[in-house]
Design a protein around this ligand. Structure first.
Ligand SMILES: *[C@@H]1O[C@H](CO)[C@@H](O)[C@H](O)[C@H]1NC(C)=O
Ligand SMILES: *[C@@H]1O[C@H](CO)[C@@H](O)[C@H](O)[C@H]1NC(C)=O
Ligand SMILES: *[C@@H]1O[C@H](CO)[C@@H](O)[C@H](O)[C@H]1NC(C)=O
Ligand SMILES: *[C@@H]1O[C@H](CO)[C@@H](O)[C@H](O)[C@H]1NC(C)=O
Ligand SMILES: *[C@@H]1O[C@H](CO)[C@@H](O)[C@H](O)[C@H]1NC(C)=O
Length: 514
């Protein structure tokens, strides 16, 4: 990619692993399906314009209008010098401050980046603050330190979506006056346009299924969204550079898998997704080349639901988008793989048939659902579950089910998105002390000995499983399957490296050669 050497010299500061994964990500120079009109990245507290490891430009703090009329907001270099941009500097204040951005009208992503640490006289644990944008409360009495500790992360960001009518976006940070020595801070802010029909419901669209409700649901312009989960089911994480142009991060699904039956991870690298039903910016293509299915054993599959669980705040409606793409050779006709979808244990779809929805194999589709997660008892949080289960045998050729991707958003309730501390956060990759890269090299030769054909599906032999308990995750090649169970999630958790899209394609290339 252009400027590669120039970038490398900037990078020498950083940890090798971090450098390695990100440079691979930046080597994907293919044109993106979407180019955001507004694309602002503000490096709060920075006095210079900077370029991050992936080649994104972050502008200096003084480039954006800042109202800190009380003059007490300060900028600070964080103690951990050498943190990647934007986590090396911050703006902090014991009284409120507002950033004001000039943008075009339309729906925007807003991403707030945090590195909670003690900045000189600002103690890490005493920061509690609110964030308001327009008429919306995004955060209330928010502690970035509690959120980071809860997720065992050093840095993270939160992503919101909202519709901007006028050409201006004001983000107000106000410290909680009831907490002694409280202050507000932020390390980075990104504002980015998104396609008008990406998450907001178009005027000509009648809406989608609100589970357990009669009337369809629509995402209206007066609603703000908070992204809670964005998951590449059965595949690797995808870094912001690997997204379709909107710099969204996609994470692995292992840690959200609930206990239950087995699942397999089919991959088809030769599939070239054809976007004839949904726009090509909906999700990056790797999402549609990997999936998690239940496996080939009808008797087993009929007796469990393949389930993912996502922790959410109670008292909100959630917007759930499920991504699908059939890519296995055996599945080509409507009726081949028909399954049920449960959201929060309620049937959201009696007969999901991806081929019927898409019109063929290799055609991505998504389905949207809304679900109300009500209060029950004193708990402030509970799990929102997404589950799939085969349709009755007479309705489907294979008793199986598939899922390729999940996105879950919290919807504003009378202008409010704030929940309890610590809040559901959309994690960004850990930066320090990255876990070791997945030990793929142990595994590769074993592909050669695995040839087990079970009915029309190809499955991995029991021998393979017993020797190579899924301690190391293998990208299955074409129809290679990897059986997996709950053990898998701990692997994912520890292996939750900042795996980039580039890395993914590198891995998959290795696979394809085998
Ligand atoms: C995405 O789709 C649009 C409209 O169909 C098309 O013009 C564009 O070339 C596509 N972009 C990519 C990268 O495939
Ligand atoms: C940073 O970039 C912005 C926009 O490109 C420009 O207006 C500003 O002068 C630059 N600031 C510095 C300190 O170079
Ligand atoms: C919520 O889901 C997670 C992930 O599966 C699980 O570890 C946790 O026990 C669940 N919590 C409840 C209250 O069911
Ligand atoms: C991968 O997709 C191609 C194109 O649809 C198909 O011909 C092939 O059978 C698929 N491979 C497997 C192993 O499912
Ligand atoms: C703010 O949150 C903290 C931690 O959850 C809590 O102890 C405190 O009571 C809250 N304060 C207010 C004013 O809501």
């Amino acid at each position: 990619m252009k400027n590669f050497t120039k970038k490398l010299s900037v990078l020498t500061l950083f940890h090798f692993t971090f450098l390695y994964t990100l440079t691979i990500a930046s080597s994907d120079g293919s044109p993106k399906p979407y180019t955001p009109h507004d694309n602002i990245a503000l490096d709060c507290g920075s006095t210079a314009n900077k370029t991050d490891l992936s080649g994104r430009s972050w502008i200096a703090d003084n480039t954006i209008y800042l109202d800190h009329s009380n003059k007490v907001s300060v900028i600070s270099t964080s103690p951990a010098q050498g943190n990647p941009i934007p986590y090396a500097t911050a703006r902090l204040s014991r009284s409120q401050f507002t950033y004001s951005f000039k943008v075009t009208p339309g729906p925007k992503f807003i991403r707030l980046h945090f590195y909670p640490t003690s900045y000189h006289e600002f103690d890490r644990s005493s920061s509690f603050f609110d964030v308001h944008v327009g008429g919306y409360t995004l955060l209330r009495n928010f502690s970035a330190a509690l959120a980071a500790d809860d997720h065992k992360l050093e840095v993270f960001y939160l992503e919101f979506c909202m519709y901007v009518d006028e050409g201006k976006l004001n983000i107000l940070f106000s410290p909680n006056p009831n907490v002694p020595d409280s202050y507000a801070f932020v390390n980075g802010i990104q504002i980015m346009s998104m396609p008008g029909d990406l998450y907001y419901t178009s005027d000509d669209d009648t809406g989608f299924n609100f589970v357990n409700q009669v009337n369809p649901y629509r995402i209206l312009k007066n609603q703000a969204l908070q992204t809670l989960y964005r998951v590449n089911v059965g595949g690797s994480s995808i870094s912001p550079e690997g997204d379709t142009g909107m710099y969204r991060s996609w994470f692995e699904d292992g840690e959200y898998l609930a206990n239950g039956g087995p699942s397999v991870l089919p991959v088809n690298l030769s599939i070239n997704p054809s976007f004839s039903v949904i726009p090509n910016y909906s999700a990056p293509t790797p999402v549609y080349k990997t999936a998690r299915t239940m496996g080939t054993d009808r008797n087993v599959n009929e007796n469990y639901r393949l389930t993912w669980e996502f922790r959410v705040d109670v008292g909100f409606t959630y917007y759930v988008r499920l991504h699908f793409c059939e890519f296995q050779g055996e599945i080509s006709e409507p009726g081949d793989r028909v399954f049920q979808i449960y959201i929060d244990n309620i049937v959201a779809e009696h007969q999901a048939d991806v081929i019927a929805w898409a019109g063929g194999r290799g055609v991505p589709v998504y389905r949207d659902y809304a679900v109300m997660i009500g209060r029950a008892g004193k708990e402030m949080e509970r799990n929102l579950s997404v589950a799939v289960h085969p349709a009755p045998a007479l309705r489907t050729k294979y008793s199986d089910a598939i899922l390729n991707g999940v996105e879950i958003f919290k919807l504003s309730n009378e202008g409010n998105l704030a929940g309890s501390n610590p809040q559901g956060i959309h994690i960004s990759p850990p930066i320090k002390s990255l876990p070791p890269r997945r030990p793929k090299y142990n595994i590769r030769p074993t592909f050669l000995i695995v040839v087990g054909i079970v009915s029309t599906f190809v499955a991995v032999s029991a021998l393979y499983i017993s020797i190579f308990r899924p301690k190391s995750r293998v990208e299955g090649c074409s129809s290679w399957y990897e059986l997996s169970n709950k053990d898998y999630s701990s692997v994912d958790r520890s292996g939750k490296v900042y795996t980039s899209d580039g890395k993914h394609s590198k891995d998959t290339k290795e696979c394809a050669i085998l």
